[in-house]
Design a protein around this ligand. Sequence first.
Ligand SMILES: *Cc1c(COP(=O)(O)O)cnc(C)c1O
Length: 223
Amino acid sequence: MPPGPAPVDPAAVADRLAEVRERITSAGGNRVAVVAVTKSFPPEAVAAAVAAGADAIGENYAQELDAKAAAVAEAAEAGCPVHFIGQLQSNKVKTVARHVGVIQSVDRPSLIVEIARRAPGLEVMIQVSPADEPGKGGCDPAGVPALVETAREAGLGVLGLMCVAPTVGGVSAAAPHFAMTRSLVDHLGLEHCSMGMSADLEIAVGEGSTMVRIGSALFGSRG
Ligand SMILES: *Cc1c(COP(=O)(O)O)cnc(C)c1O
């Protein structure tokens, strides 16, 4: 069999979401939202996550959103908002904004201008990069306050900050990056701190995450 995503079993997704919520509670989390990351999985994964009670759906690619347009529209109608969490090129904003209620991966002024043009008033989050890993998506921590201000001046709603752990350094590098992001959220008086994935959600919750983004722990391997 060629490699590819595991088939979607709605009952298994519901069981796994319950396990994820238990992991969050065990890590000391209280009212942490779970974004079910459905990238590379078929539309049935979106429906299964909504049925299981995920707080939001996360998608990474403009083309995939087009392909899953009906499923993501149904999710939004059912009260499960769709968040874009992937690296975003300005020329894809028009497509992405048709399908999502929140863009979490905002990391530069030109993107803010384009979002404000295509989807006035959309809610966004600013993605914070590790200080020593520029160019991999995310704004340098020092530039975050100005970017929040730029987004607000453009009329966008700023829901919070988002980050991904550094690619090198494992747990010992993740914790300080998460802590730094959370302190920026507090300093700026924002509501949400989106951090933590399947492998590092305990660390993120321990550092004050209010929103984890979970793919493989809900749906299995992406192949
Ligand atoms: C894919 C992805 C996730 C989910 O990753 P898992 O390890 O499958 O839980 C979370 N956040 C972002 C930005 C992603 O691209």
